[in-house]
Structures are given as structure tokens and as C-alpha cells.
Design a protein around this ligand. Structure first.
Ligand SMILES: [Zn+2]
Length: 392
């Protein structure tokens, strides 16, 4: 990672002087650090609630690491947090948005972007945007990343949107966008993903994988952009996730409560300070938050140049075979998470240690015991059959 000691940016923008060498070091930056817990009470009122600072979350290194890798490299395909209630899954997902740099959003109802004109010409955008572009007016506005939470009882129309009936009668298709469209360039958090209908989860996972969603009605269809970082969570006490759906989540983290009493006290104090005075509590960790945001942006820039040596891909495929995992998604997540980790540590080459660190998150909960047994039985049957054929 970058050196912040002498850099003007480091001192001016973050007011924070130190060197961060790795993503793990970044995650632990504020662990055990002094902070003012005894804050004067301040009513946050109806102001936009500031999320709890991501780096100030105590412990839970694997949960934090997986989420950071997923925002550095979208090919990781999202994160699934598995664990009981009250272990900070939702708080952590909400905190993540503060680490994302601001994004350029379309000002137009149809979602027109300047890059549409660059790739497809003036016909690729609506007449209004074509005019604005011609006059040199901006088509987008810089905006912060938000956390979009999927309500548990959302219908499939709420999620994907629909094509308007009345508009159809006038031969003009009007697309009503759903939650997936609102999630564009945001983080989509799906709590209790195991309790949702399969059609809703499949729609979310399709959009997460392709970055677009197409709504169809008869012969008519319309598409919108839905590029988001997906974070799902589930409490295994409340039911399982079907294997087909589980397979489509990239990283998987088992989240347990904190075990170290010192950590629990620290977590309590920070959480109390945040409740009493969110603004002052968040401000105390702001230098580290800004530093982390810069580091993540640097990692995203470097990512395209990170390579995996052949010996590392071989080691990765070997462990996947030995674990008897069939899905090719295992390789994609394993190698893309390893690339994100190397990029975060400012290296252009993946090491065996990168692979070792991300392998549990990428490979756990992927083996199907059913399929392992099934293949074993089929193999026995096949052997028996061939022996009998030989004897014929
Ligand atoms: Zn437009």
C-alpha cells in the first residue's frame, strides 16, 4: 500500500501520518486505539444517520476483509454473511458505504450516460440528453454511494420493476424501475436471504452478475443498469439456502459473536459512544476512514494489472479438486479475491499467501455432500456394470 508519511495528500486530506503496508494492517488500524468514549449527548435529529465507522468495528477480521475484497474487485461476486443475530452483520454492511469513493450518476430518468454517446453515438441517449451533451452540459452528478436494503416482504415487481400497462396502450413503453435499479452503483444489502422466494433471489443474483436487468412483458422488453455490490446475510437457525443459490455467492463468512472479553468491552464502549453522539464518535475515526478510502481506490486502479502465476492457479485448482467442489464459480471467486488482496497490498502478482488467506472465504460451504455421495454411488454402479460387461 502507499506510503503516507511524506505525501501531501496523506497529511492534508487525512490529517493522518503513517504507513499502511497491507489490507490486514488497514483493518487493524484502530484496534485497541484510544478514543474518547465519554461523549456529551447529542441528538442526531432527523439528519442523515451517519453509519458506524467500518474500521472502528471490533474484531471480525474475516467479515471486514471479505467486504473490502468485494468492493475492490466486483468479480468476487458478492459476500454472504452467515451467523446468528446480534453479531454486527447489518452494522458492518451499512458501514461499508463510507469506504467507497463517490460515483457519477445519470441526471436523466432513462439513465443516459456520456459513455453511451461515446460508444453508440447520439442515438444511444434520449433527445434531451443529446441536446445537453451538444451544449456541453453535464449528464451526470457526483453522488455518494448508499446502502440499499431489500425489505423482507418485497414482491418480485418491487425488486425488478415492471412495464407500465397504460403506457403500453399508447404504444409507448414506460419502464417502472425497481429496487435493483435503485441499487445501481450502490451496495445492495439483502438480510435473511434464505427467507426470500427463489425468483427474487435469482433476479438479484442475475443482476449482480451481469450489471443489467431486463424486464419483459410479452414481446416488449426494456433494460436498466444494476451494477451493485451485493451483501447477503442469513441466520442458519431460520433455514437453509438452496445449494443452487448458495453457489452463486462469491465469498462466505461464518460470523460468530466476539469471544475475547477485552474486545467485547471495547465493542460496547464504541457502540455506546456512537449511540450517545454519532457525529463525535464518527469524527474520531474520520482520518482512518479517509485513508482507507484512498487505499481502496488505489487498489481498484491497480487491480487490472494484477497477474496470477501458473504455479498459484495450479495450487488453487488442486485444493478445489481435493475438496471435491464441482462448481467453476469456486475458481473464479478464489482467484479474483486473491487478485484483490494483492492489489490492496500494492503488488502486481498474487502470492501463495494471498491464496491461503482467501481460500476459506472462497471455498467453504461449497461442497455438496449430496453430490459427493451421488457420484460415489454412480462410480460403484459403473464399475459393477463394466465388470459384468467384461464377463458377457
Ligand atoms: Zn437521457
Amino acid at each position: 500500500m502507499s506510503e503516507y508519511n511524506d505525501s501531501a495528500l496523506g497529511e492534508k486530506e487525512t490529517g493522518y501520518v503513517r504507513t499502511v503496508r497491507s489490507l490486514r494492517e488497514l483493518i487493524d488500524l484502530v484496534t485497541g486505539r484510544d478514543f474518547q468514549a465519554d461523549l456529551p449527548h447529542e441528538d442526531a435529529g432527523l439528519a442523515d444517520v451517519m453509519p458506524f465507522p467500518f474500521l472502528a468495528l471490533v474484531g471480525q477480521q474475516e467479515m471486514k476483509l471479505s467486504l473490502l475484497l468485494s468492493i475492490i474487485n466486483p468479480l468476487v461476486s458478492g459476500v454472504l454473511l452467515v451467523g446468528p443475530r446480534g453479531t454486527g452483520k447489518t452494522t458492518t454492511a451499512r458501514s461499508l458505504v463510507e469506504l467507497l469513493p463517490s460515483v457519477e450518476r445519470s441526471n436523466c430518468f432513462y439513465g443516459c450516460l456520456p459513455e453511451d454517446i461515446l460508444s453508440g453515438g447520439m442515438d444511444a441517449v434520449c433527445p434531451d440528453c443529446a441536446r445537453k451533451f451538444g451544449e456541453g452540459l453535464p449528464l451526470t452528478t457526483s453522488d455518494r454511494v448508499r446502502l440499499i436494503e431489500l425489505p423482507l416482504h418485497a414482491s418480485i415487481e418491487d425488486v425488478v420493476g415492471w412495464l407500465d400497462d397504460k403506457a403500453e396502450a399508447h404504444k409507448r413503453v414506460r419502464l417502472q424501475r425497481g429496487i435493483l435499479a435503485n441499487a445501481d452503483l450502490n451496495v445492495l444489502y439483502v438480510d435473511e436471504v434464505n427467507l426470500l422466494n427463489d425468483d427474487i433471489v435469482n433476479a438479484i443474483l442475475d443482476a449482480a452478475a451481469s450489471g443489467v436487468y431486463t424486464v419483459r412483458r410479452g414481446a416488449i422488453s426494456a433494460s436498466y443498469r444494476a451494477r451493485f455490490n451485493l451483501v447477503g446475510s442469513m441466520n442458519p437457525e431460520e433455514g437453509n439456502l438452496r445449494p443452487q443459490i448458495m453457489d452463486r455467492f462469491g465469498l462466505r463468512v461464518i460470523v460468530r459473536g466476539l469471544e475475547d472479553p477485552t474486545e467485547r468491552v471495547e465493542a460496547y464502549q464504541r457502540s455506546r459512544a456512537y449511540r450517545v453522539n454519532p457525529r463525535a464518535a464518527v469524527a474520531q475515526f474520520q482520518p482512518e476512514t479517509l485513508l482507507a478510502r484512498d487505499e481502496i481506490q488505489a487498489a481498484r486502479t491497480l487491480l487490472g494489472r494484477v497477474e496470477i502465476p501458473a504455479s498459484i492457479t495450479k495450487a488453487g485448482t488442486t485444493i478445489i479438486q481435493e475438496m471435491r467442489i464441482d462448481s467453476l464459480r469456486a475458481e473464479i471467486t478464489l482467484f479474483e479475491a486473491a487478485r484483490a488482496l494483492a492489489a490492496a497490498d500494492a503488488r502486481a502478482q498474487v502470492s501463495l499467501d494471498d491464496l491461503r488467506l482467501v481460500a476459506p472465504m472462497a471455498l467453504r460451504l461449497r461442497r455438496s455432500e449430496f453430490m459427493v455421495d451421488y457420484f460415489e454411488h454412480r462410480r460403484k454402479e459403473e464399475d459393477e456394470l463394466h465388470k459384468l460387461i467384461q464377463k458377457m
